[in-house]
Design a protein around this ligand. Structure first.
Ligand SMILES: O=P(O)(O)OC[C@H]1O[C@@H](O)[C@H](O)[C@@H](O)[C@@H]1O
Length: 479
């Protein structure tokens, strides 16, 4: 049956596991994008989510015709998928949008890159074709993230009747970084996105970067007042009529009731009791990230080391709980970053640790229950990405904190726009300023900490996933 609401994202709401006896079991997929969208789509029972088969078990499920209602997985051949996901999405677009290049050596756009780009185009094409097949007349199609930047343009050609949006969960590159991409590739990327009726971002900083970048390729941004929720970009592609695309901002927030319920499950209570035993009566500085270069974990650890050096009164009185769970380990740059995080934590422990005090406790497992327990316990949360689409950890911690938590937040997080007044804000590259902010956060009087936490929680819950999704659907229907 044709669908009226469709979502397209690389990751789906579930993935499969293949048992030794050959049976396939569906498991809920991971990650912030998936949790936000799953919560929102639970209220849209008719919606269809199109995603890629990510593993051999997923591909096996597609081949056997095993599927769940509301989900269609695309079996993309592994070489094409690798070029699109590891090659272009994670090694080129992720690095461009997060400004992560090591400029003397990277980026290098050579023949291998061109092959990967072809794979990326083929992967986007598979999504566009599947969406065109599944969408009912005039349906709303909500395409997610940098993996699928070419889909809106291609889908519009296939099905001009559809209403199409694209939402970017990452930052958008500044025109300087976008300008590093080869001209023809940059044009394909922008024209792909401009095929949408509405292009959405978490914060105006990224939306403005998009509008500024769109000028490069003959599309002009007609900017409204800065506080506007939406702006238009008018554009004309050679041989086509002029169209306009709305650029809009939807800052994803947290569902308070759901998160609190999750954070008070017996499993989390048990983990909290165990953490309390480990931390004792010391203060806890908590961070939770994927081991991802943009999260800036190394400079966070350096700041903690500087705190212990510049303010020795904290030695033995504070513990840094860092959950840094592995991510994208197929890529060497991620493996070596994970290793560097472990090594620096060990060095800090060797340098400052005593018989009864381990300064840093690193957990490299993806253990959401433990992260929630750490959220509840935290006296200080450290969220210092160099550049981050939103960063939901900065929003989740104030919502579940048991006794109030001071937030050290970098200007690079999308959440900075909404949380800056009650956070202690830092330049993510400034290790000394981060160390001083940690000191100020640890020293904050309990009453002030609690008041700030309440205001942070109110800002964090302003646009929970369901409202976030519905607002986009409404905008699309009006567009
Ligand atoms: O590569 P993965 O593990 O699927 O992660 C992708 C997701 O990673 C998240 O951190 C980003 O916020 C999303 O924008 C992105 O889609």
């Amino acid at each position: 049956m044709a669908s009226q609401v469709l979502v397209a994202a690389n990751r789906g709401p579930l993935s499969y596991e293949l048992g030794d006896d050959g049976t396939l079991t569906a498991r809920r997929g991971g990650g912030g994008l998936v949790s936000g969208l799953s919560a929102a789509l639970a209220r849209q029972p008719e919606a269809l989510w199109i995603c890629a088969a990510l593993s051999d078990a997923d591909r096996e499920a597609v081949r056997r015709g095993v599927s769940e209602t509301g989900v269609r997985m695309l079996d993309i051949d592994p070489t094409t998928y690798d070029g699109a996901y590891n090659g272009i999405a994670n090694s080129v677009l992720w690095f461009t949008h997060h400004h992560l290049y090591d400029i003397p050596r990277e980026p290098v756009f050579d023949a291998r890159f061109r092959q990967q780009w072809d794979a990326y185009a083929a992967y986007n094409h598979a999504f566009a074709v599947a969406l065109a097949e599944e969408a009912g007349e005039g349906a709303a199609v909500l395409v997610q993230d940098y993996h699928l930047a070419l889909v809106p343009g291609e889908l519009r050609e296939l099905r001009p009747d559809l209403r199409i949006s694209h939402f970017t969960h990452t930052p958008w590159a500044s025109p300087e970084f976008l300008g590093m991409l080869p001209d023809d590739i940059r044009a394909q990327l922008l024209w792909g996105m401009l095929g949408a009726d509405v292009v959405g971002f978490h914060t105006w900083a990224w939306a403005e970067a998009f509008v500024a970048g769109a000028h490069i390729d003959d599309a002009s941004g007609s900017a409204g007042p800065a506080g506007d929720r939406r702006r238009g970009v008018r554009h004309r592609k050679a041989g086509a009529d002029a169209r306009s695309t709305e650029v809009a901002v939807y800052p994803l927030g947290v569902d308070e009731d759901e998160l609190r319920a999750l954070a008070h499950r017996p499993e989390v209570n048990d983990k909290l009791a165990a953490l309390r035993t480990e931390v004792g009566d010391r203060k806890a500085i908590v961070r939770v990230d994927r081991t991802e270069l943009s999260k800036n974990i190394i400079r966070g650890l350096l700041a903690y080391r500087e705190l212990l050096t510049a303010h020795p009164e904290w030695r033995g009185r504070v513990v840094h709980l860092a959950s840094a769970y592995p991510s994208r380990q197929d890529l060497e740059v991620y493996r070596s970053y994970t290793q560097a995080v472990r090594e620096l934590a060990e060095r800090i422990n060797e340098e400052f640790g005593t018989r009864d005090w381990q300064p840093v406790l690193v957990s490299v497992k993806d253990d959401f229950a433990r992260s929630l327990a750490a959220y509840r316990l935290a006296d200080v949360a450290l969220v210092n990405p160099v550049r981050d689409g939103m960063n939901l950890v900065a929003k989740e911690i104030p919502v579940v904190s048991d006794a109030g938590c001071a937030l050290v937040l970098s200007t690079g997080a999308g959440a900075y726009g909404e949380l800056r007044e009650d956070a202690l804000t830092v330049n993510p590259y400034d290790v000394t300023a981060t160390a001083e902010a940690l000191h100020a956060a640890l020293s904050m009087p309990a009453g002030e900490r609690l008041e700030r936490t309440k205001r942070l929680a109110a800002a964090a819950t302003a646009l929970p996933p369901t409202a976030w999704f519905t607002a986009q659907l409404d905008a699309l229907r009006e567009a």
